[in-house]
Design a protein around this ligand. Structure first.
Ligand SMILES: *[C@@H]1O[C@H](CO)[C@@H](O)[C@H](O)[C@H]1NC(C)=O
Length: 321
């Protein structure tokens, strides 16, 4: 096609999570509640970790940073999805669509690498306990937080650079609730073989390699833990189970979407709900329900800001404003 001969698409149409009209109000309600829970839960983790000096350790700093990325992952697409449940024609401008592509790869890519940072922290704590304090210095800890954002940025820009200039000349229906790379490149009026290959090579390889790396490191850690006394083993195992649960639920859908190029796309949007909604809600659940230290810190926090009777009053005020 002649470069000058197409009229450029200025907006895309999102087909949304479900085409059923009756389901829209129901989905709106469910996902609004989930989104609220994500924001509240992760905000509470950050507040707890920053305000309690006993939680000022690398593991909890990394956890608070994971909560922050989780809020980002949940927020780049969900508010738009919620608004779209209420309207019939769900459109998104070309620029906003690119912004969503940028965000999903920046945040999700960052989260993957942050999970590697957290695994490294646990590896040092469990396999080299005597050197933990010297190895995990403040500088190392900050580096472990910055690298994920940096890798995420390189990762997303390397793909976006080849997407911005694709010619979009007519088809503009994106069969999902946000713009993602495989769905949008499919609409370009040109041979997208190279870009598709790039997506698999870039997103697929990042996803698979971090996943394999995490599986290996957690296996090493678990083998080390097995040879320990049962008391330290029980505590370590509970932390590790939490980490491994997050890793499996986050990576499962991502591997299926990006590293497996031959799938049907309608499955993809259901899977996308897993890493944009379900994983972000998981951290607060896992870490507040299972972790004694976090629970203790949270009740202390509550005691500091609110008298017992005030909690229910606050909830009442929020609900019936
Ligand atoms: C993220 O980690 C850094 C470095 O450890 C820490 O200073 C910062 O408070 C953490 N961020 C959040 C939101 O907790």
């Amino acid at each position: 096609m002649n470069e000058r001969n197409y009229s450029r698409v200025t907006e895309f149409v999102l087909l949304g999570l479900s085409s059923s009209k009756e389901l829209q109000p129901f989905l709106f309600l469910i996902f609004s509640l989930l989104y609220l829970a994500i924001l509240l839960g992760n905000f509470l983790i950050i507040l707890t970790v920053t305000s309690d000096s006993r939680l000022h350790t690398p593991m909890y700093f990394l956890l608070a940073n994971l909560s922050f990325i989780d809020m980002c992952v949940a927020s780049f697409a969900t508010p738009k999805m919620l608004a779209d449940f209420l309207v019939e024609r769900k459109t998104i401008s070309f620029e906003a669509c690119l912004a969503q592509i940028f965000c999903v790869h920046q945040f999700a890519g960052g989260e993957m690498v942050l999970l590697v940072s957290m695994a490294y922290d646990r590896y040092v704590a469990i396999c080299k306990p005597l050197h933990y304090m010297t190895i995990m210095s403040r500088r190392v800890c900050i580096t472990l937080v910055i690298i994920p954002w940096f890798v995420g940025f390189i990762h997303t820009m390397s793909q976006l650079a080849f997407t911005v200039n694709l010619p979009f000349c007519g088809p503009n229906q994106v069969d999902s609730f946000f713009c993602d790379l495989p769905l949008v490149t499919k609409l370009a009026c040109t041979d997208t073989y190279f870009v598709s290959l790039l997506i698999v090579a870039d997103s697929g390889v990042l996803t698979l390699s971090t996943f394999v790396f995490l599986v290996i490191s957690y296996t090493v850690i678990l083998i080390t833990v097995r040879n320990r006394s049962s008391a330290s083993m029980a505590k370590a195992r509970s932390t590790l189970t939490a980490h491994i649960t997050v890793v499996v639920l986050f990576f499962g859908p991502c591997i299926f979407i990006y590293a497996w190029p031959f799938n049907g796309y309608s499955v993809d949007k259901v899977l996308a709900v897993f890493y944009t909604i379900f994983t972000p809600i998981l951290n607060p659940l896992i870490y507040t329900l299972r972790n004694k230290e976090v629970k203790a810190a949270m009740s202390k926090l509550r005691g500091r800001y609110l008298k017992p009777g005030q909690v229910s009053e606050l909830i009442r005020n929020v609900l019936f404003m």
